[in-house]
Design a protein around this ligand. Structure first.
Ligand SMILES: Nc1ncnc2c1ncn2[C@@H]1O[C@H](COP(=O)(O)OP(=O)(O)OP(=O)(O)O)[C@@H](O)[C@H]1O
Length: 510
């Protein structure tokens, strides 16, 4: 197989790529000023019709690098007024990744949504419910290999007449998620020739196998850029502490710092996520006897490649199990042209893993991760509080909190509204459902008196990038200050915003 390694060229703009005006408009709406390195290389090659195997670091804009040329080509094909058929197939290993690709397509077709239709079939609806969506022969179909295969086998989807492009996103995960057999079968449903794109963060053996299965004389784009953004864009900190002090540190950070910043409006959301064996999904597979469950489980995981937008800070409570996992966790921030920071808590037994990461990042971070200046002694006043807080987070308390959330979701659900109208007794039962376990609220822990706040946490705001990235393309800020939010809420409430000005009496002119 002939391969060409692309050489670095001068940077260019989206306008120089000869893209359809409607795409350029959508790109401007998104506020993308210039293509990322991978987009710069891949888009023009894709427009030339080349098969592409692209390896680029996480957050480098790989999705845009295939979505843009696909839409451009579809718009071109449509000018020839050809018969409606599915022209592009996008495969990704999880539902979240599929919906992310679909979101990108929707954003990129915002100025040509009538001309380019796309459907994401990875959602959990039964195949029969999705069938009508496919009857329209959408231009782009997105899905996990198993869902696509399901629709092909049911005869809901036909790819042989007219399919021109196939993408496999996060391709290196596909086989480890157990899709090898599905992929082989899926290939039998594809036409003889099509343009293919394999997008991956690594070039593993699985990728080589996929490459020989799918690509014809591909261009390999192996961008020689560091795995993480430069030190100017991404500040990486480490804090060494005893394992048992991690909760105390986290408590101090959360209670005295992060929550304050949250209340000041610096963040809108704090996400806590565990890492369900992200490093090696096959481990999870071995522990699961039920294959059906396993597949379902994989498809719903918060995993690599998920693009949480505008993440400013990543905190690694447990140090990641491998270099790869570190890269992917920290890579959730400072994506594309944004900035961010990470803080890793490192206990004695994790030191070796930290050293591995620092060795790996040596070229771009020669000094290693920066020490986060925090004196554990200063936090000792919080020890009692952190222990009390920790003891109150029991399994029962978590279950009860989750139950409450689900109940609120059900009561507010539009989909269940008609069901509850038909079955009012069920609604009453749900409303009066008894709490099984009372979660003790400890009001004295609510506020931390100033004398307990560690000195070093009183003035750390400078580490956290202000949310400049939340500025929208139209120049407006994407978040509201508390004052603004209060004002808008008040304005929305007719009882509060109502104003009455009595009509001025006309003076009688004599
Ligand atoms: N040219 C650009 N300018 C500014 N932002 C961009 C550009 N291209 C993509 N982005 C934004 O950067 C973020 C990361 O893009 P994307 O998810 O495509 O990265 P990725 O390389 O696929 O990462 P991963 O491997 O983790 O999935 C997205 O929020 C996207 O909207």
């Amino acid at each position: 197989m002939n391969e060409k390694m692309e050489e670095e060229e001068e940077t260019c703009n989206f306008e120089d790529m000869g893209l359809d005006d409607r795409i350029l408009k959508a790109i401007a709406k998104l506020g993308w000023k210039k293509p990322t390195l991978i987009q710069e290389k891949a888009i023009s090659l894709a427009l030339e019709g080349k098969d592409i195997l692209a390896r680029a670091r996480t957050g480098s804009g790989k999705t845009g690098s295939y979505v843009v040329p696909i839409i451009h080509k579809i718009l071109k094909i449509k000018q020839r007024a050809s018969e409606q058929c599915t022209k592009a197939l996008i495969l990704a290993p999880t539902r979240e990744l599929c919906s992310q690709a679909q979101r990108n397509i929707i954003e990129m077709t915002s100025c040509c949504s009538r001309d380019v239709k796309s459907v994401d079939v990875s959602t959990q609806q039964p195949l029969s419910v999705q069938k009508p969506l496919l009857t329209e022969k959408p231009d782009i179909v997105v899905g996990t290999p198993s869902r696509i295969l399901g629709h092909l086998s049911e005869g809901n989807l036909h790819l042989k007449p007219g399919l021109e492009m196939v993408v496999i996103d996060e391709a290196d995960l596909l086989f480890s998620f157990g899709y090898e057999k599905d992929m082989k079968e899926l290939l039998t449903h594809l036409p003889e020739s099509y343009q293919a794109f394999l997008m991956s963060a690594t070039l593993s053996d699985d990728i080589k196998a996929l490459k020989s299965m799918m690509l014809h004389n591909p261009v390999t784009l192996k961008l020689e850029e560091p795995q993480l953004p430069t030190i100017e864009k991404l500040k990486q900190f480490k804090l060494r502490c005893e394992e048992e002090d991690k909760f105390l540190t986290m408590y101090a950070l959360l209670k005295c710092h992060i929550v304050n910043q949250f209340n000041e409006g610096r963040y809108e959301i704090i996400i806590a996520a565990d890492e369900t064996s992200l490093e090696n999904p096959s481990n999870r597979a071995n522990n699961n006897k039920n294959k059906r469950f396993r597949r379902r489980d994989y498809e719903s995981g918060i995993s690599r490649g998920i693009d949480f937008r505008n993440v400013t800070t990543i905190i690694n409570f447990d140090f990641p199990q491998s270099v790869e996992s570190y890269i992917h966790r920290v890579g959730r921030t400072a994506r594309a042209d944004a900035r961010g920071m990470s803080l890793s808590l490192v206990c004695m037994k994790e030191t070796a893993r930290l050293e591995e990461v620092e060795k790996f990042l040596l070229d771009s971070y020669p000094q290693g991760l920066t020490e986060f200046k925090f004196d554990m002694e200063e936090a000792s006043g919080l020890r009692y509080r952190s222990e009390t807080a920790r003891r109150s987070v029991t399994k029962d308390a978590i279950r009860e909190a989750r139950r409450k959330e689900i109940k609120v979701e059900m009561l507010n659900s539009q989909k269940l509204k008609t069901y509850f109208e038909d079955n009012p007794r069920d609604l009453q039962v749900l409303k009066h459902d008894k709490v099984l376990h009372v979660v003790k609220v400890q009001p004295h822990l609510k506020n931390v008196p100033d004398y307990l706040v560690p000195q070093s946490l009183k003035n750390t705001a400078k580490y956290y990038p202000m949310r400049k990235s939340h500025t929208l393309a139209n120049g407006k800020r994407a978040f509201k200050s508390r004052g603004q939010a209060r004002y808008q809420k008040q304005q929305a409430d007719p009882l509060k915003s109502f104003s009455f000005e009595p009509k001025k009496k006309k003076r009688r002119t004599k």
